[in-house]
Write a protein that binds this ligand. Sequence first.
Ligand code: IMP
Length: 177
Amino acid sequence: MHNHVKKILITQDQIIEKTKEIAQQINEDFKGERITLVALLSGSVPFLAELMKHIKLDCEIDFMDVSSYRGTKSTGEVRILKDLTRPIDSCNVIIVEDIVDTGKTLNVVKGILENRDPKALKIVTLLDKPEGREVDCYADYVGFSIPNEFVIGFGLDYDELYRNLPYVGVLREECYM
Ligand code: IMP
């Protein structure tokens, strides 16, 4: 275990098992359809990579990068840094996110993509922190609901570090600036 990690919250095996279950649900829900997985960079990349291995449908992937102004201001203002490569009108779109906290980022992204007339628009997130919610936002597929602690690993970072850890862990308080 990395020495900046206070405790492991979710092991790699648990993540893989849960991700398979979610993929099976998506396979059933979109049976016979083609889907587009829209991953929000960079945190959702490991989850996307795991999830897509178990999708049996015709499946495209695309990426979007948004910056949300959180921290002291926490305005929920979201700026698109990288937009999708292809149009999504008439597509079955599933937004792939690492974690939903306040819900502000996903709310804005969902609004942007809804305006592009997809056939369906769903959200899948590896983690959900329901206690952090500030706006009404829910994911259609949730891996794990977790307590309101700052977590790292499996894509999640603190100051761009720890994304490569193969598990989700709680960061030691002394590692915060
Ligand atoms: P929201 O707009 O507050 O829902 O923010 C979601 C984004 O905040 C996620 O995509 C993460 O980048 C980041 N985030 C929220 N909670 C955590 C955490 O515990 N660890 C790492 N990043 C987090």
